[in-house]
Design a protein. Structure first.
Lengths: 337, 337
DNA sequence: TCTGGCACTCCGTGTTCCCGAGTGCCAAGT
DNA sequence: ACTTGGCACTCGGGAACACGGAGTGCCAGA
């Protein structure tokens, strides 16, 4: 149905359209790519491609534009992820290495990705549920007030101020802290609820009400933050792309955490790149935009996802290369710190 | 030079232009406002106002548009800050009260402000330098690795991972922590460097290298974070305003922390509202935008600033009312937590 | 199966024209 | 000394129109 040459024509159309942002005609194709055939032949192929829904002409007597289906074929079969240059890799590495804490890693990552791809970059904070407890701290603030600080192996820190039901001496707090840490150190966050459940038994009866208060807050923290934090950067790149129409919708979507979450896709195992093209993504108002996403993580488990969002007519090979590279480096940084 | 009626005309022009976004002519003015005079008279006044640079006509035979100078006069002398409705106040209060930690307070604030004003909201995190130490924690992570956690009275938490020059037993760490807290508890962040300087003398000689490492990181933290963190929200509102031209520049500016800092203005004492109109602000590319900002803080000292950014043709009274109200409530929340 | 030729379609651009909103000025009225 | 109605003038923006060019589909011939 689609012989080799027709695929080459489709590839050429995508490439030209991406770089010129104008419907591409048969003559232009024949000139710019040496396909070894005449415009007339190309026209026939184009007719076939259009017949099957890979390209589309905005109106009679205009050139052709790839459809979402066309881009999909291009991404799946007609292109290869383009690796970054050595210089770019070095730049990424040094830029990310300068970060001192998790906030800064995420911040730098999202900016880097935005700059590299000239699109809008989106980065999800490393998931709480997949990481493990590195330390739990209970800090007395006032007579009946403590601050609970939870530190994970990815460097994320959660804090809550807790009002206690009674006055508690500092040494009792210290003991509680010791017990908590003994139980939870290295414990996967998803296992915390179970682990914590049997904890009150090990405490003197007098401490149990206080412990219960603290533990309930601890569990709350885990639940609440289950919906992860997401940041984005590079909105200015949207304005640069000739987005004009629909820009409003896109910006709105970007400010909805929930939408962003779903755009990045389900967190699975550290497989590879996910590409959602135009209408493939779950939100109207984001028709016309594509998402290239990847998981990242320390070691082999995926902690969270990151990606970029741009017009469907983006340079997929380059974008995919950048996303993949950044995801890898962030993983390394996280694993190392 | 400018009699009462000319001022009334200017006020009317600003109001009409803000609500219609179209140059306003003498007839429309006479119709919509009962100034008690005929269009011809208004034309004379307009000519005078234009003469003095308060209004401007885009081209002959168009209506008039306020200049930056005109808006300035309007804000300074012709308008009053419009208080929020009781319902709005309640909404703010309940919305902000739901926040559990500083991140969430800031996050909610910025979204609230964006929604309330339908502009881009900008909120600076409470300044580190003006707050005080509530607690310092040193958490052993591995043999020669600890995490330093600094908690301030505004609920802000800073963390750093530190590589130690030698292996240190946990009880020595605990001792160090106790000493540190004894020194620093309640200490203003700006006084930390001095306070810390004399600290090594109080420690046994063997602990001094370790202490030196930790203290240097602590000081670094303070310096680095001197440049504050800033977040914004509501970029979608920009697209809604007919910004079309220059939107790119505005978005770029928003992503530059430094620019945002300067836009919000110097942190001074908790005075009142700052309004920067169009060309009054320090950045070209933000001509055409105005900034309404206010300081906020717990008690009487200003901890940071927040504000909104929008087209010069914004509804100043309403915007100013919203900014002022939100600043106050955030202050209350911070003081209370 | 490919290719050159040819007639056709339609978008985008430039031109012209006209309408209306708005102005400035002036002379008359209070 | 202001204010007002009248009037001629200006200019931007939209509608109507023509036209060139890019691109197509189709067909007949290689």
């Amino acid at each position: 149905m689609l012989d080799e040459r027709k695929l080459a024509v489709l590839r050429a159309i995508v490439e030209d359209y991406v770089s010129t942002n104008e419907p591409v005609g048969s003559k232009a194709l024949a000139d710019r790519h040496n396909l070894g055939v005449s415009p007339a032949t190309i026209r026939n192929d184009m007719a076939a491609l259009e017949e099957q829904g890979y390209i589309h002409q905005p109106h009679t007597s205009a050139g052709r534009v790839p459809t979402d289906k066309g881009y999909r074929l291009f991404v799946d079969r007609l292109s290869q992820v383009k690796p970054l240059s050595a210089a770019e890799r070095r730049a990424i590495e040094t830029f990310l290495a300068g970060a001192v804490d998790l906030d800064e890693i995420v911040m730098r990552t999202v900016r880097l990705l935005a700059q590299l791809t000239r699109q809008v970059a989106v980065v999800q904070y490393p998931s709480l549920t997949r990481s493990t407890v590195r330390h739990v701290e209970i800090v007395p603030l006032a007579e009946r007030r403590v601050m609970l600080v939870l530190i994970t192996n990815t460097g994320r820190v959660e804090q809550r101020v807790i009002e206690l039901p009674e006055t508690v001496a500092d040494d009792r707090i210290a003991h509680l802290r010791a017990v908590l840490n003994a139980c939870l150190d290295g414990c996967g966050l998803s296992r915390v609820p179970d682990t914590v459940a049997e904890l009150p038994d090990r405490l003197p009866a007098e401490d149990r009400p206080v412990a219960a208060t603290i533990l309930s807050v601890l569990l709350e923290t885990l639940v609440e933050r289950h919906e992860e934090k997401i940041v984005f950067a590079g909105a200015a790149n949207l304005a640069a792309a000739d987005f004009s129409v629909g820009l409003r919708e896109v910006l709105e979507a970007l400010e909805e955490q929930v939408v962003l979450m779903r755009l990045l896709g389900e967190t699975g195992d550290l497989s590879g790149l996910t590409v959602r093209i135009g209408s493939e993504n779950p939100y109207t108002g984001l028709r016309g935009t594509s998402i290239v996403a990847a998981g990242y993580g320390a070691g082999d488990k995926e902690l969270a996802r990151l990606g970029v969002l741009g017009p469907t007519r983006m340079d997929y090979p380059v974008t995919m290369g950048a996303v993949r590279a950044v995801a890898r480096y962030v993983g390394q940084i996280l694993a190392g710190s």
